[in-house]
Design a protein around this ligand. Structure first.
Ligand code: HPA
Ligand code: ZN
Length: 326
């Protein structure tokens, strides 16, 4: 059995992907035409060529611009349904997806349009492919905490259908502490909480996410390695990391896959998972991420099995769902 076949057959959960980051070039052009949205690119080749980034902000500029093709409920449905179909093909049994609602409401797209489209696609994917999924609303950290609090209230009609809240966007200069009140309120209202931390930002941001925001999972978290006491705490509390190797490479946070810290994070005893982040922008879905690490870091089959097991341990699923998957 080749490594490709082994990874393809491994049941897994994906816990760190942004729905808006999975619009593939073909769908992007189709949605732009359908909605009469002016875009800079005419062909899939032009679009793919534009997907080169120097850092997180450089990527976010293109990513937020790309969101303009999402206008109607059907658009949100199509992008979500396409991702879940693609994830199912990668043997993802359960996906927890990020939705950056403020990137849409700030363009005057009503919240109901966004939620109706995404939630309908999640139901369809469960019915048609048997893939379960959860939705995590990610607030943009360059915006104010008051805006995040207002969004939390505006989402009240959909509370039953939301798994939790997260924090994303431009990390440096926007530390987790800026959102301590928002996260407290999310927790008080019974939501799971996660945060991007230690992607471009320092270990101190990872510590804030754990100690101030009391996150149940860290998105990225790579920078924790700079603080051995923090690593020990994360290992002891078994706080999972949703690591995104190809994303880190494309955003030039690591010079090569061989230099990626995944193996060091695993060796430190952390609950590490592998995820695609923004698969269409970063050139790979979840299995591509497993394989890139396997090849560059010499992971064995036992390592890949641990990563997949960790993904179910780290997922916000019931013990019954977990034992069915393992
Ligand atoms: N980091 C922060 N915010 C994001 C990302 C990311 O990798 N992708 C989409 N929003
Ligand atoms: Zn992310």
């Amino acid at each position: 059995m080749t490594p490709e076949q082994f990874v393809a057959g491994l049941p897994k959960a994906e816990l760190h992907m942004h729905i808006e980051g999975s619009i593939d070039p073909e769908l992007f052009l189709r949605l732009a035409r359908r909605n009469g949205v002016d875009i800079r690119w005419q062909t899939e080749e032009e679009l793919r060529a534009a997907y080169r980034f120097t850092d997180l902000q450089d990527f976010l500029n293109l990513y937020y611009d790309g969101c303009r093709v999402l206008v109607q409920p059907q658009d949100f449905h199509d992008v979500t349904r396409d991702y879940l179909r693609r994830a199912h093909a990668d043997r993802v049994l359960h996906a927890e997806m990020f939705l950056g609602v403020q990137g849409h409401t700030s363009r005057a797209v009503p919240l109901a349009v966004v939620m109706e489209g995404v939630l309908g696609a999640m139901e369809a994917a469960q019915a048609e492919d048997g893939i379960s999924s959860g939705l995590i609303v990610v607030v943009q950290r360059h915006r104010s905490e008051d805006e995040a609090l207002a969004l939390l209230d505006d989402l009240r009609p959909w509370y039953d259908q939301l798994l939790g809240f997260g924090l994303g966007g431009a990390e440096v200069g926007n530390p987790p502490s800026k959102f301590a009140g928002f996260f407290r309120r999310c927790r008080e209202r019974g939501f799971k909480v996660v945060a991007h931390a230690g992607e471009e930002g320092p270990a101190a941001y990872v510590r804030e996410a754990v100690e101030l925001l009391q996150v149940q999972r860290l998105d990225h978290g790579n920078a924790c390695l700079d603080d051995p006491a923090l690593v020990a705490q994360l290992a002891q509390q078994r706080i999972p990391l949703t690591v995104c190797p190809l994303s880190n490479l494309k955003l030039q946070l690591v010079p090569s896959m061989a230099a990626h810290p995944l193996r060091r994070l695993m060796d430190a005893g952390l609950c590490v998972t592998v995820n695609s982040d923004d698969p269409s922008y970063f050139g790979g879905y979840v299995n591509d991420n497993y394989l890139a690490c396997q090849q560059a870091l010499g992971l064995g089959r036992d390592d890949m099995v641990s990563l997949a097991r960790n993904s179910f341990e780290a997922a916000f699923i019931t013990p019954l769902q977990r034992s069915a998957a393992l």
